[in-house]
Write a protein of this length. Structure first.
Length: 492
């Protein structure tokens, strides 16, 4: 007897809002405001405002998908529901590749704050980032997972640190830093938006939580409003403080703002917070990615199974990227744009799928978000090759490496020897009919057109029971039923 999974509906509005905020905020907030200010100057605030509006659309769409498909299992299930299995697998592989490329970036963020406190150039920063990556991978391989309570503590820590930095440094703001406003041109706003997109990934992770609210129609709008209000205040506050107090050129904006706000102790507090956030965030992302990797490579396997091959791939890829950064062969911006492009491709697939499966306001939001993501993709430049390559490999795997379904009792699959014997002993007329039937009709046995349905049903019945090549048929003598049915064939 099949048991139906019971979904607990005990999620309160306050805890739901905390979980939503925790999915959006992450270590990217420690780096990206400085990169955006360097790319677009004061005009980067326009990119922040645009992405905050886009984040609201994402919230509406993923909430609708979570209610429409409560058992979909995440972003791969949503894309599969709207665009098919191949598109869903391609979205899953793009998301996994984005995690693989994003893990070393988060470690580099933590290493930047550590070396700001201890000193050292790019080689030292790269070595510290490699050490952090290996520590996190070791914890994941050992099965250590950050609980939901621990993640909420990390979020509270990040909110506190950002609030102290923004409020404490506000008295040192200079209005002259906002002129000229678009010092690098308006096109730079698009490049800044693609860089900042990494800070707005997370709505897909909380979409399944919509089924845990006791009254989703009443609680969900409040939860989304609270999450958007908190993230908007933090993002805009940090972006404005970065431009007004520091100006472009900083790679550790939070540490510099804390140093201005509370003195030298600010660098120590920022470094400690960066390490804790790095380890916690990468651990949470890796655990989620391991589950998706098992869905793609070993469907049906236990959720507790380990994935050492996937962790090894992250280690090798991460160490290579960190080494390239240490030898000044790639910049931080180039490292950020690669996973950002992959996540944009995943979100585009999700929005397109939502336009097909949602109705009403959800579909309208999905259409607008799809157009916004399409407008951002050209600014990714060469990084567009990454999702294209991943999607091509995924489609190739689904076509050539997917095993054929096993034979069932209702539809046995004949061996090559049996098919050869059947063709040898059957008449030319029956061989011609049986060979031409698959090309002329896509129906199964018993579902042919009325003109030749009886004849074909009789043939299928004889084959299924092993009587298709009786002795009488081999010697040219047809049974009475065969002679009667042959008169119903076209041309008789």
């Amino acid at each position: 007897m099949t048991q139906t999974a019971v979904i607990s509906r005990d999620l309160t509005t306050t805890r739901g809002a905390a979980l939503y905020i925790g999915a959006l905020l992450g270590p990217g907030l420690l780096l990206l405001p400085g990169l955006a200010a360097a790319e677009a100057g004061p005009a980067s605030i326009v990119a922040w405002l645009g992405l905050l509006g886009l984040s609201g659309l994402f919230a509406a769409v993923f909430s609708g998908l979570g209610r429409r498909f409560p058992q979909a299992g995440g972003i791969m299930g949503y894309v599969t529901a709207g665009l098919g299995q191949r598109a869903g697998r391609a979205a899953g592989w793009c998301f996994l590749t984005g995690v693989v490329g994003g893990a070393p970036i988060v470690c580099l963020i933590g290493a930047s704050y550590i070396t700001t406190l201890t000193g050292g150039g790019l080689p030292v920063r790269a070595a510290v980032a490699a050490l952090l990556l290996l520590i996190v991978l070791g914890l994941s391989a050992a099965g250590l997972r950050a609980s939901a309570g621990a993640q909420l503590v990390l979020v509270a820590l990040l909110i506190t640190v950002v609030a102290v930095a923004v409020v404490g440094s506000g008295r040192y703001a200079q209005i002259d830093r906002w002129s000229p406003f678009a010092q690098h041109g308006w096109l730079s706003v698009g490049h800044a938006a693609t860089t900042l997109m990494l800070s707005f990934v997370g709505w897909e992770a909380v979409a399944p939580l919509t089924t845990r609210f006791a009254n989703p129609s009443r609680q969900l709008p409040k939860v989304i409003a609270i999450a958007l209000a908190v993230t908007t205040a933090l993002y805009l506050g940090l972006a404005i403080a970065t431009v007004s107090v520091l100006g472009p050129g900083t790679t550790v904006p939070l540490a510099d703002l804390l140093k201005v706000a509370i003195g030298p102790a600010g660098s120590i507090a920022a470094a400690a917070a960066a390490v804790v956030l790095t380890v916690g965030a990468v651990n949470a992302y890796l655990n989620g990615a391991v589950v998706m990797a098992r869905q793609l490579t070993k469907p049906g396997s236990s959720e507790e199974a380990r994935s050492p091959a996937f962790l090894l791939a992250i280690a090798v890829t991460g160490l290579v990227l960190i080494s390239l950064y240490g030898f000044r062969l790639v910049s931080t911006t180039a490292l950020v744009v690669l996973p950002t492009t992959l996540f944009l491709a995943v979100y585009l697939g999700s929005m397109l799928a939502a336009t097909r499966v949602l109705r009403g306001a959800g579909r309208v939001a999905a259409c607008i978000a799809s157009l916004a993501v399409l407008a951002m993709l050209p600014y990714c430049g060469w990084a567009l090759l990454a999702p294209a390559a991943v999607a091509a490999v995924s489609v190739w795997r689904s076509r050539h490496l997917t095993p054929r379904p096993a034979a069932t009792a209702a539809q046995p699959v004949a061996s090559a020897a049996e098919r050869h014997e059947a063709d040898t002993h059957s008449s030319p007329r029956s061989r011609t009919a049986s060979c031409a039937a698959p090309r002329l009709f896509s129906h199964r046995c018993g579902s042919r057109p009325a003109a030749r349905g009886s004849w074909h049903r009789w043939q299928c019945k004889q084959r299924q029971h092993g009587r298709g090549n009786s002795a009488g048929a081999r010697h040219g003598r047809q049974p009475r039923e065969l002679r009667r049915l042959s008169k119903q064939r076209p041309g008789h």
